[in-house]
Write a protein that binds this ligand. Structure first.
Ligand SMILES: NCCCNCCCCCS
Ligand SMILES: [Zn+2]
Length: 678
């Protein structure tokens, strides 16, 4: 399994610059690249990456997407004087030429293709290319929106041609609609294009009707173009995460791409003059973490926009450290998407209902009145204020955001723990891993006896648990002290071990511990004080215990052939977990588990985005195979195998819907549809 993260940067690409005054284009400055690279160096991230040099793309590579006329125009600008450059620039919407533009644009394409080669050849697992000019607005025959050649579109065509790929996912988290990329692939079912963008009911640039949620693709490409318009500014972390849980990720896992390319624009981040959004840099660590779980981790992140230098460079660093496998920083802000975001999410899900199996049972009865309602909403307040109170006002915003980010990043960043995974020196299963794990000495019997009789006597009845309790508490201590990021232990009686671990964690000051228990759970810990949130995944209802905000039983028996657990994880467990914001996650696999190994590894992989990736795994000692795959997921040895995607049955979709309706007022990240008659 490939490992390592490529970083591609060439300072030649800083020579393209605006030679005259133009208030529209003057934000696309060379310092965007140099300040991002400098910040990567400051965080010692450059030295941890594999350096891959850029190269100039050949003409035939550019012709994979662009017309020869377009190429000729670009080529001809190299020898122009300023007046001629200004004239030819005037033929396009928001583009400027410099004598070096053509060379820089060829480097931007070449860097992108070099990254695709490095990933597809297995030289690295993933990587990022810091390029300019950006690409996602440029079209077959036109430059547009600071873009000359469509770097990402050329990369997708190149990958199809050179590696015979048939399913490529492009995720465009830039705050502008990559209409260029949409036009290029809108009839192509082999390229799934997802873009969210500031739209404001078509008020915001490029103000196209075809940027709305109902542009789903054309001909054979229907269903493979996903537009999520933001109709208000001020969108934040919770809106972005909700869009991933309830739109992008279910599509992406069903599509099952062989390669993921991100049009990684950071003008969707706080402080950006174009986006006017509120999302903070750590959100890009979460977004990156999610797309890393696809395509066996084969991920190419290509820079697009981002015009607030401090916000841009912090967000670039959040992206690269996640690509390197570092723990994902705790997300900040209230975990509740705003009404406008939920409306857009609901609309795009409805628009795609007939193209996706996971949406087959989606309730679209709202369509009758909602469309009029959103028009009413628009008429009601023609200048819609931001849904969220905007943290930063407009004037001298750059300085304010810089100060805000200085403070914000200080309490976000943490020293990366030296070792990723701890385990006790148990049977050989964990030893076989290709990467080092940290073995902790078990707590000796006398010590554990004293501890148990002191605090856990009511839970621990027999001595046979003492040995496994010793190892669990030893690992837990390492995690609590942040000496390791996660740990894995086996136990003959998972319920006892988990109950002790949960009480121990709360005693040691973890205010919110998320516990996911798969299988039969004899002891149900007390969750009244909200310091523990228990999600119990079992085949049938546990007798006597009623559901509550902090005790949710999810009855799920995985389909024999493959993995039908995606809707439960993406549509329910993740939204609840992110709403709760735990500072420790405990995942236990007990007897009679009703999930297959692929469903379990899906849980472990996606839940690493929480609690700064702190996870304690407690696995039934007879489940050797589970132990092995969980250990791989925790050390990040390989992108997890999630098994064959099986679309959910109506019964299972309804199960999720009922749970969502029951808990979406408490756990607001579950919201993905506007309650009728709001
Ligand atoms: N009124 C014209 C505004 C044009 N704005 C272009 C923004 C391009 C962003 C590339 S990511
Ligand atoms: Zn942009």
């Amino acid at each position: 399994m490939a490992s390592g993260t490529a970083l591609i940067y060439d300072e030649e690409m800083t020579t393209h610059k605006l030679l005259w005054s133009d208030p529209v284009c003057d934000i696309e400055v060379p310092e965007r690249l140099s300040s991002s690279y400098d910040q990567l160096k400051r965080y010692h991230l450059v030295e941890r990456c594999v350096h891959v040099p850029a190269r100039e793309a050949s003409q035939e590579e550019i012709l994979l997407v662009h017309s020869s006329e377009h190429l000729e125009v670009a080529k001809s600008t190299q020898t122009m004087n300023e007046e001629e450059l200004k004239k030819v620039s005037g033929n396009y919407d928001a583009f400027f030429f410099h004598p070096n533009t053509y060379c820089c644009a060829r480097l931007a394409v070449g860097a992108t293709l070099e990254l695709v080669d490095a990933v597809m050849s297995g030289k690295v697992r993933n990587g990022m290319a810091l390029v300019r000019p950006p690409g996602h607005h440029s079209q077959r025959n036109a430059a547009n929106g600071f873009c000359l050649f469509n770097n990402v579109a050329i990369a997708a065509e190149y990958a199809k041609l050179k590696y015979g790929l048939q399913r490529i996912l492009i995720v465009d988290w830039d705050v502008h609609h990559g209409q260029g990329t949409q036009y290029i692939f809108e009839e192509d079912p082999s390229v799934l294009y997802f873009s969210w963008h500031r739209y404001e009911h078509q008020e915001f640039w490029p103000s196209l009707k075809e940027s709305d949620y109902d542009a789903v693709g054309l001909g054979k490409g229907k269903g493979f173009n996903i537009n999520l318009p933001w109709n208000k500014v001020g969108m934040g972390n919770s809106d972005y995460l909700a869009a991933f849980f309830h739109v992008l990720l279910p599509m992406a896992f069903e599509f099952d791409p062989e390669l993921v390319i991100v049009s990684s624009g950071y003008d969707s981040g706080i402080g950006d003059p174009e986006g006017q959004m509120n999302a903070t840099p750590e959100v890009f660590a979460h977004l990156t973490h999610f797309v890393m779980q696809l395509a066996n981790g084969k991920l190419c992140v290509i820079l697009e926009g981002g015009y607030h230098l401090k916000s841009l460079s912090e967000s670039v660093c959040m992206t690269v450290r996640t690509l390197l496998g570092d723990p994902v920083p705790q997300i900040t802000g209230e975990m509740a998407p705003c009404l406008s975001a939920v409306e857009s999410i609901q609309n795009v899900r409805a628009a795609h209902k007939s193209y996706w199996k996971w949406l087959m049972y989606e309730d679209t009865s709202f369509l009758q009145n909602l469309s009029t309602k959103s028009l009413l909403l628009k008429k009601a307040n023609p200048n819609p204020s931001t849904e969220h109170e905007s943290k930063i006002t407009n004037n001298d915003e750059t300085v304010k955001v810089e100060r805000f980010l200085e403070l914000h990043m200080k309490n976000i960043l943490f020293p990366v723990p030296p070792i990723k995974t701890a385990t006790t020196d148990s049977r050989g299963s964990v030893h076989l891993l290709p990467v080092p794990v940290h073995f902790v000495k078990e707590i000796d019997k006398t010590e554990i006896k004293a501890l148990v009789s002191g605090f856990y006597a009511d839970i621990v009845k027999e001595d046979k648990n003492l040995l496994s309790l010793g190892s669990i508490l030893a690992i837990l201590d390492k995690i609590l002290k942040k000496e390791v990021c996660n740990g894995i232990a086996e136990s003959p009686t998972c319920s006892v071990s988990v109950a002790v671990a949960l009480r121990h964690s709360v005693r040691f000051g973890f205010q919110r511990v998320l516990c996911i228990f798969v299988g039969d759970m004899e002891i149900i810990p007390n969750t009244e004080d909200g310091k523990i949130l228990m999600i119990h995944i079992c085949e049938k209802e546990q007798s006597g215990k009623t559901r509550s905000k902090h005790y949710i039983s999810l009855n799920w028996k995985e389909d024999a052939e493959g993995n039908d657990f995606f809707p439960a994880v993406l549509g329910f467990i993740l939204p609840v977990a992110y709403s709760y914001q735990p500072n420790l996650t405990v995942i236990a696999v007990g007897p009679n588990r009703s999930l297959g190994i692929s469903g379990i590894s899906l849980l472990f992989s996606l839940l690493q985005g929480l609690a700064e990736s702190r996870i304690l795994a407690v696995i039934k000692d007879t489940e050797i195979n589970v132990m092995q795959s969980v250990a791989k997921a925790l050390v990040g040895a390989s992108a997890p195998q999630f098994g064959v995607y099986v679309p959910p049955t109506q019964e299972k979709v309804n199960k999720i819907k009922i749970l969502r309706d029951q808990f979406q007022q408490e756990w607001k990240m579950l919201q993905c549809s506007v309650k009728d008659g709001i």
